[in-house]
Design a protein. Structure first.
Length: 469
C-alpha cells in the first residue's frame, strides 16, 4: 500500500464516519456485501476475513488480447475496475495505460519489456493467460516486486485427448485416406491398419498430461507403460519401467510428455529408434527439441517407424499463414511433409475452448488471491509464500507483504518494526535475488498502520510493501 493509498483509505474512513453521523469507530474491514461477491471457491470458509488493500472501487485491472470471459467475471465479482481490450495495444498506448493499473492480464502477443514496465507506478501483478511467460521481462518484473502468474496445466486434458485421437489416426492411416479422398482417390485398404485394443502405449513423462493419457488409453483397452525420472504411482494398471530402453523395446506407440531440458534434447534419436519394435509409432506434443526429426525421417524411410504425429518443432512460425512451415525454418521440412502417415499439426495440443476457459479461471484466481491475500503460490518469478486466512472477527489484524532483496539481516530489521505488535504468524522464502515475507500482526490501531508502513518503507532491503486489512 502506498502512502497515497493509505491517505485515500483514511479519507474514506473519515467519510464513512461522517456519513454514519457517528463519531464511533467504523471498521475498514470488508462489508458483508463485498464478502457476498467473492466466488464460492475463494471464500474457503465463512469465517475467513476478506482482506482489502485498496477500496474495491480503486483496484484497476487492464485486460488485453481478448482474455477469456471467465477471468473478466472473476475480477468484476471482486468489485475491481476492469478495462478490457480485444487486442494488444500499441506500445505508446500501453505505456499510458499501465501507469495507473494494479494488475495487467495479457496473452502471448503483448510484450511487457522493461521499457514498458518502468512506467507502471502501481503494478503489483501480471497475469499471463497462456502457458509461456517469455513475453514478459521477468528479471525486471522481479526486481520491481511484480509477481507474474501463468497457467501451465489448464490444457493437459486437451493435449491428452489429441494424442488419443492421433493414436487411432496413425493406426488406421486416417490422415492419408482423408487426403487421398480429398483429391478424388478411393483407396480402401486394410494392410497394416490396426485396432488399438491390446496394443502397448509407452508414455515418456508421467506428469499432468502423461497421467491423463494413461487413463484414457486404458479405457480403450491399451496396455500402458511409462518412464519418468521420478517414481510416480501408477494410475489404473499402468506400469512404470526403470529404463527408457525397456519402454522403447516393448511399446507399439511411444508418446513424449516431458519438458524441454538439456536432458530431454533429442531424447528420441537414432539409437532410440533402433531400440524400438518394428513398425512402432511416435507421437510428440511436448516440445520440439525432444525428438530428433532428421533421425525420425531416416527411421521412417528404413521401415522401422510406421508413422508419427508431431505437434511441436525445433523452430515454429511466429504467426499463421500459408507457406511459413518451410525449409528456411527447419531444413528438413519439405522431406517431412512428403512422407505418408505422418500427422503434422501446428502446436494445437492445448488449443481448445475448454482450455482457454480454464486458463481464464486459473490465472484470474491466482491474481485475485495475490491481490486480496498476498498468496504467491503459482507465481513463476516469486518464491511461493502463503498464510492461512484471517478470521472475519480479527478486526485489528494487518497482513504485511514485504518483498525485499535477498540479503542477510533483513528479518531482524523487519521484525524490529513489527515487534511493537503481536506477530501472529509469519512466513518468508527466497528465490534467487529476491525474497518475500508475509506476516499477520494483531493489535494494530488504525493510527499505527501508517507508521508501520513508513518504517518498513525506510528499510534498505525493501523492494515493495503492501499492507492488507
Ligand atoms: N502441444 C501443446 O500445445 C502443449 C500443451 C501443454 C503442454 N505441452 C508440453 O507438454 C510437456 C508435458 O507437460 P506436462 O504438463 O505433462 O508437464 P509435467 O511437468 O506435469 O510433467 C512432465 C513429466 O516429465 C518428467 N520428466 C522430466 N524430465 C524427464 C526425463 N529426462 N525423462 C523422463 N521423464 C522426465 C517429470 O518428472 C514429469 O513427471 C511439456 O513440455 C509442456 O511444455 C505442450
Amino acid at each position: 500500500m502506498s502512502s497515497e493509498e493509505i491517505n485515500n483509505l483514511q479519507n474514506s474512513f473519515q467519510r464513512a464516519v461522517n456519513l454514519s453521523g457517528s463519531s464511533g469507530a467504523v471498521s475498514t474491514s470488508p462489508t458483508q456485501s463485498f464478502m457476498d461477491t467473492l466466488p464460492r471457491r475463494m471464500s474457503a470458509s465463512n469465517k475467513a476475513k476478506a482482506l482489502k488493500p485498496f477500496s474495491t472501487g480503486d483496484m484497476k485491472i487492464l485486460l488485453l488480447e481478448n482474455v477469456n470471459a471467465t477471468a473478466v467475471s472473476i475480477f468484476e465479482d471482486q468489485g475491481y475496475q476492469v478495462e478490457f481490450h480485444k487486442s494488444s495495444l500499441p506500445e505508446e498506448v500501453l505505456i499510458e495505460k499501465i501507469k495507473d493499473v494494479h494488475a495487467i492480464g495479457i496473452r502471448s502477443k503483448t510484450k511487457l519489456s522493461a521499457n514498458i514496465l518502468k512506467h507502471a507506478r502501481n503494478l503489483v501483478s501480471i497475469g499471463c493467460f497462456c502457458i509461456g511467460t517469455n513475453q514478459v521481462d521477468l528479471k525486471y518484473a522481479t526486481n520491481a516486486g511484480i509477481a507474474v502468474f501463468n497457467s501451465p496445466f489448464s490444457n493437459s486434458r486437451s493435449v491428452a485427448e489429441l494424442i488419443i485421437g492421433e493414436i487411432i489416426t496413425l493406426a488406421r492411416q486416417l490422415g492419408d485416406r482423408s487426403i487421398e479422398l480429398h483429391t478424388g482417390a478411393w483407396n480402401k485398404v486394410s494392410h497394416r491398419c490396426w485396432e488399438v485394443r491390446g496394443k502397448t502405449l509407452g508414455i515418456i513423462g508421467y506428469g499432468h498430461i502423461g497421467s491423463q493419457l494413461s487413463v484414457l488409453a486404458e479405457a480403450m483397452g491399451m496396455h500402458v507403460l511409462y518412464y519418468d525420472t521420478v517414481t510416480i504411482m501408477a494410475l489404473g494398471t499402468a506400469r512404470q519401467v526403470p529404463t527408457l530402453d525397456e519402454l522403447l523395446n516393448n511399446s507399439d506407440f511411444i508418446t513424449c510428455h516431458v519438458p524441454a531440458t538439456p536432458e530431454t534434447k533429442n531424447m528420441l534419436s537414432a539409437p532410440q529408434f533402433a531400440a524400438m519394435k518394428e513398425g512402432a509409432y511416435i507421437l510428440n506434443a511436448s516440445r520440439g527439441t525432444v525428438v530428433d526429426i532428421p533421425a525420425l525421417i531416416q527411421a521412417f524411410k528404413a521401415g522401422k517407424i510406421a508413422g508419427a504425429a508431431l505437434d511441436v518443432y525445433p523452430s515454429e512460425p511466429a504467426k499463421n499463414g500459408a507457406g511459413v512451415f518451410n525449409d528456411d525454418l527447419n531444413p528438413w521440412a519439405t522431406e517431412l511433409i512428403s512422407l505418408p502417415n505422418i500427422i503434422l499439426t501446428p502446436h494445437i495440443g492445448g488449443s481448445t475452448e475448454e482450455a482457454q476457459s480454464a486458463i481464464g479461471v486459473e490465472v484470474a484466481t491466482s491474481l485475485t488471491k495475490y491481490i486480496n491475500e498476498g498468496t504467491s503460490v503459482g507465481s513463476v518469478n516469486f518464491p511461493e509464500v502463503s498464510l492461512r486466512s484471517l478470521d472475519y472477527d480479527q478486526e485489528n489484524t494487518v497482513r504485511v507483504l514485504y518483498i525485499h532483496h535477498n540479503v542477510p539481516g533483513v528479518l531482524k530489521t523487519v521484525n524490529n518494526v513489527l515487534s511493537n505488535h503481536n506477530i501472529e504468524k509469519q512466513f518468508s522464502d527466497s528465490k534467487g535475488d529476491i525474497a518475500y515475507l508475509m506476516a499477520d500482526i494483531s493489535n494494530v490501531d488504525q493510527s499505527d498502520i501508517k507508521s508501520v508502513y513508513d518504517e518498513l518503507n525506510q528499510t534498505d532491503a525493501k523492494i515493495s510493501i503492501r499492507l492488507l486489512y
